[in-house]
Design a protein. Structure first.
Length: 151
């Protein structure tokens, strides 16, 4: 899919981004910021671990944040803070930006494909979960026959 390199781990990208520039990987996380300018959109994303369906699950405390850039204009009301995304992206390098009182090195990705994870809502079962059948399994419903007697 899109020439994704599945052997490259995000920890390797964070450790030595210069050697892996140009590699295409699947990453995901939580949108922290959406910056629009004339060149396109840059998303600041908090890295999450991905499940078997490549959907974000839990914050990855070790690897931190990354930037994802696209030439398209992504609507800030849709791609807003707090939404989860998964993306196929190509590593472009590293960019240093201030993060509170420190200078933080962000890996910068160019977005190839972007998937906005739908908001998770509580799913209710379609039936009452504690169903009770008033007729035992060895009995039949008494009114299935055409006459009032069973014989």
């Amino acid at each position: 899919m899109y020439g994704v390199n599945y052997e490259v781990d995000y920890a390797q990208i964070k450790a030595s981004p210069e050697t892996l520039t140009g590699k295409t990987v699947i990453v995901g996380g939580l949108i922290l910021n959406n910056e629009l300018d004339n060149a396109g959109t840059t998303l600041e994303i908090l890295k999450y671990t991905l499940d078997s369906r490549d959907e974000p699950q839990d914050p990855d405390e070790v690897n931190g944040r990354f930037l994802a850039h696209t030439s398209q204009l992504l609507d800030p009301s849709i791609y807003k803070e707090g939404r989860q995304v998964t993306l196929v992206a190509t590593l472009r390098g590293v960019e240093s930006r201030p993060l509170q009182k420190i200078s933080y090195s962000y890996p910068v990705f160019e977005i190839v494909e972007l998937y906005l994870v739908p908001d998770r809502q509580t799913e209710w079962p379609g039936y009452y979960p504690h169903y009770y059948d008033p007729w035992p399994y060895w009995h039949r419903y008494p009114y299935w026959y055409r006459h009032p007697y069973w014989w």
